[in-house]
Every structure is written in structure tokens, then in C-alpha cells.
Design a protein around this ligand. Sequence first.
Ligand code: ATP
Ligand code: MG
Length: 244
Amino acid sequence: MTAITYTDVTKRFKGANMNAVDHVSFSVEAGEMVMLVGTSGSGKTTLMKMMNRLYTADSGTVSLFGEDIAKKDPVALRLSIGYVIQQIGLFPHMTVYDNIATVPKLLKWNKEKIAARVEELLKLVNLDPKEFYRRYPAQLSGGQQQRIGLARALAADPAVMLLDEPFGAIDAINRRNLQDELLRIHQKDQKTYLFVTHDITEAVKLGSRLLIMHEGKVQQYDTPEEILKHPANEFVASLMEGVT
Ligand SMILES: Nc1ncnc2c1ncn2[C@@H]1O[C@H](COP(=O)(O)OP(=O)(O)OP(=O)(O)O)[C@@H](O)[C@H]1O
Ligand SMILES: [Mg+2]
């Protein structure tokens, strides 16, 4: 089953002299973890934000399980997609518990169901519920905040997860731990992930396929093994030199 399809999607911001995303087409099978990599400004975040309609494509279509997202209610669409980003992250005035419970509350789950889900998610991301329930984001390390961000995004069991440099600001050791945890979670939940990273080693480790972007265009879309063996062009070859 195909989860995500971009068909000839183009986006240019007002006043810009080139397309941020330029005639991009690709599809993602359900259960894949596709890694978006490429130079800064190559359009990765823009591409991702057209999935949950934070941005609208100028032309082309984005579909989720065969349905054009332009025809869906944007609020319902966003509630059905998990979204984790590096900077803004958690709601600072809310406890860990309330952060994770955000979407289930919006979906009007009952209290018992929410409590059980929050406990389950904290265990899933390797944090002791009793210790962390009542803390505020400012009382957590960066790595712990990202774990809570991941738990919050997973809360209502979305079929698709979007992660935009979720581990960008985390030290190498914690980053590797989080990668291992994400792999374990993915093996269990088999959700469809789109994941942006600047770390090419992370991309090769986690990705079922890599989507390599430069200047708004897809340079290559294939498995890590194929891309390492047969880079499509000079740009891809030099990017892959960074793999350790
Ligand atoms: N809201 C916006 N308004 C105007 N231009 C924008 C906006 N968002 C992004 N752009 C421009 O679109 C292009 C693509 O940006 P985008 O954020 O998608 O890149 P990126 O690949 O995510 O980069 P990075 O790796 O640095 O996060 C850039 O030239 C950027 O300046
Ligand atoms: Mg970005």
C-alpha cells in the first residue's frame, strides 16, 4: 500500500527568484522510513510542510493513502499526522503529561484512556512515568525533551510521522541512543516516517530509502545501499562521502 505520493509538486515563495520545491515526484510505501537529506535551503522543510498543509503547493498534488490532502479538512489532517521538530518543540507552560496528552484531549478521549496511553508512551521512549509526569519542559535535558516530543507525536497513533531534524541539537551518544530507540519503535509500529536530517550517517542507518534534494529538486531516490554503490551525480557522490 502506498502511504504518501507527491506528484509534480512545485512551490515558490513570494519574491523568491527560484522554486523552493521544483517539480518533485516520489512516493512512500506504508511502513517505510524515508530520510530527506540535502543542502541547507534545498527545500526539505518546505516539502514536508506541504504534507500537513502548513504550506500549500503552487501546483502538483500531495496524497495520503490515495486521497488528495487539498480536499481534507486541515485540522483533521494535522491531527492525523505526527510532527516532531527541533526548535519549538514542547509547550513550555504544560507538564510532560499534558504535553503528551494534547492530541488525545483534542480528540476527546476519556481520562482513563489518556492516562494509560501517556504511561505507555513514556515507557516506550524510555522515561520513567512517575519521575517525569509532573515535570515541565525546562526541567528536562535536550534529549529528554526530544523523547517527549516523539511521544507527543505518537500519542494518537497517527499513520504518518513527520520528523524535521528531531535529533539535530543532541550530543552524539544520546543521538545514537535515540536513533536505536526510534528503530525499535518503528519495527514495532510499522508506521510511515518522513525524516529530515543533515547527518548522512543517521540517514543511512535509519532509512529504508533516501530522498536526496538539491536546489528544490530530487537528485536521487533509492535505498542507502544503491545510492552508496551508484550515486546519480557528483552532488550525491560528494554528499555520500560523509558516511562513516
Ligand atoms: N516561509 C518562507 N517564506 C519565504 N521563503 C521561505 C520560507 N520558508 C522557506 N523559504 C525558502 O525556501 C527555500 C527552501 O527552504 P527550506 O526551509 O525548505 O530548506 P531546508 O532544505 O529545510 O533547509 P535546512 O536544511 O537549512 O533546514 C530556501 O531558499 C528558504 O529561504
Ligand atoms: Mg529545514
